[in-house]
Design a protein around this ligand. Sequence first.
Ligand code: S3P
Length: 189
Amino acid sequence: MTIAARSLSDSAIRTLVARIDRPLVLVGMMGVGKSTIGRKLAQLLDLPFRDADDEIEKAAQLSVAEIFERFGEPHFRDGERRVIARLLEGGPSVIATGGGAFVQPDTRALIHARSVAIWLDSDVTTLIERVGRKDTRPLLRGGDPAEILARLKAEREGAYSEAPIKVMSDTGPHGEAVNRILKALDEWL
Ligand code: S3P
């Protein structure tokens, strides 16, 4: 990312990094950009990046869709919680979680206790457009993705809003959401 695209100077970023003593955990709906934004944020802060869904797939040697199909959602949520607990032990990092993780009370409690949760939000129209690019999400296979996304967003907003930091990701390129996160962290930490 160019210097011009950053909201904080290099030295402000260095002092911010020095204040980060826990993982930064991105939560929010599928399609909101948690993995892409998380990767950029980690790169800028020079922190390791972990994608919880990728780690679950590695641990299970199966794709998320296969885990849902073969063992069901409760089994997936159980593995998700254990993987996130392990990732949270690794010191400062940026962790992207799957959209349902922070909605599970036990997983949410773990994230609250050991990290700074950042809710990435965007309107449903943007989510629909972004998830349309991939067909890997089991929860969207059982019906009209637009309806499912609108319902899940409404059901989940209460949980997401417990995150201490909220950033919108629906306007402009992902770099802008990264800037908003940097500013919010600078104020919050
Ligand atoms: C899910 C979101 C997915 C993945 C799984 C369930 C959800 O992750 O964890 O398909 O419940 O919203 P993304 O948010 O990265 O798509």
